[in-house]
Write a protein that binds this ligand. Structure first.
Ligand code: HPA
Ligand code: ZN
Length: 319
């Protein structure tokens, strides 16, 4: 199902389709432990977030040049456009790409060039959000944060992703203070596998403007009340939740409940090449299970634009 929406929770590296991984590995002379696309696809069985992340980080090593980043960005934007997306706020993981021959400036320049192509070809507007790995030390994130700001790297905001349980948001308070002080937007993954307490920390300590996932908020009625009162955006990723077993089946997915409680939820694809599809596939799966009314769909679409970092005028033009 194709609904005009804003995509606010998608990881660029999670749009790397198996065919692209194999082609990039060949072009960049990187040996992969899979002989064929089928063998690679056979790995896409996940038991939790970590089992996915292990494969995800290994595969993204095929990205080696600015042109690689430009091409995968354009390929994703084409697919997003085809599935109804009108505006994208794209995540990437800088820590995965630096340390080798490529420097951060080239990575960002490649992605930005791809985003500019998307604007020109499909009038698809975009923002770029650098996510820090919560499994890595906060001191590393802080060093990188300073480089991003001091060298005036071209990003719109920062986020926090990777392994959640055992890595509470509070570890990154200083990094987020620094980012906010420098005018960057701030978001964080919280309450995907981790407890509601991590969502409280994302709000109170990181002072985020959106919570990525946030499904575990339902465990804590006081937190739900706070999120409703503040109309805090939650970027929910249904197919991701099922494939990573954060939720057992679509029938048990909390999205209808979240909507009914008045939470500001919207639907997103997270890592579409790994989890069974892009924005359209997420809506197809939801509609098959829940047959949302046109009013519910309109709320989800409106929430996506309102939760974006577009200025008011641009939001109004898209809503
Ligand atoms: N959670 C945490 N980190 C991630 C995810 C996710 O769903 N996708 C890509 N990095
Ligand atoms: Zn994510």
């Amino acid at each position: 199902m194709k609904l005009p929406v804003a995509e606010l929770h998608v990881h660029l590296e999670g749009t790397l389709e198996p065919e692209m991984i194999m082609a990039l590995a060949k072009k960049n002379s990187i040996e992969l432990p899979y002989a064929s696309i089928e063998e690679l696809r056979a790995q896409y069985q996940f038991t939790n977030l970590q089992s996915f992340l292990d494969l995800f980080y290994a595969n993204m090593a095929v990205l080696r040049t600015a042109q690689d980043f430009r091409e995968i960005t354009v390929a994703y934007l084409q697919r997003a456009h085809d599935s109804g997306v009108r505006h994208v706020e794209l995540f990437f993981d800088p820590q995965a790409h630096i340390g080798g021959a490529l420097d951060l400036r080239e990575v960002i320049a490649g992605i930005r060039a791809g985003l500019a192509d998307g604007l020109e070809r499909w009038e698809l507007s975009s923002k770029l959000i650098a996510c820090f790995w919560r499994h890595a030390p906060a001191s590393e994130a802080m060093e990188l944060m300073k480089v991003l700001v001091e060298q005036k790297h071209d990003i719109d905001g920062i986020g926090l992703d990777s392994s959640e349980v055992g890595f509470p948001p509070e570890l990154f308070t200083e990094v987020f203070d620094y980012a906010r002080a420098h005018g960057l937007h701030v978001v964080a993954h919280a309450g995907e596998e981790g407890p509601a307490e991590y969502i409280w920390q994302a709000l109170d300590l990181l002072k985020v403007q959106r919570v990525d996932h946030g499904i575990r908020s339902l465990d804590d009625p006081q937190l739900v009340q706070r999120l409703v009162d503040e109309q805090m955006p939650l970027t929910v990723c249904p197919l991701s939740n099922i494939r990573l077993r954060a939720v057992d089946t679509m029938a048990e997915h909390p999205l209808p409940q979240m909507l009914a409680k008045g939470l500001k939820v919207s639907v997103h694809s997270d890592d579409p090449a790994y989890f069974g599809g892009y924005m359209d596939a997420n809506f197809d799966a939801l509609m098959e299970q829940f047959s949302f009314s046109s009013e519910q769909l309109a709320t989800l679409a409106k929430n996506s634009f309102e939760s974006s970092f577009l200025d008011e005028q641009s939001k109004q033009a898209l809503v």
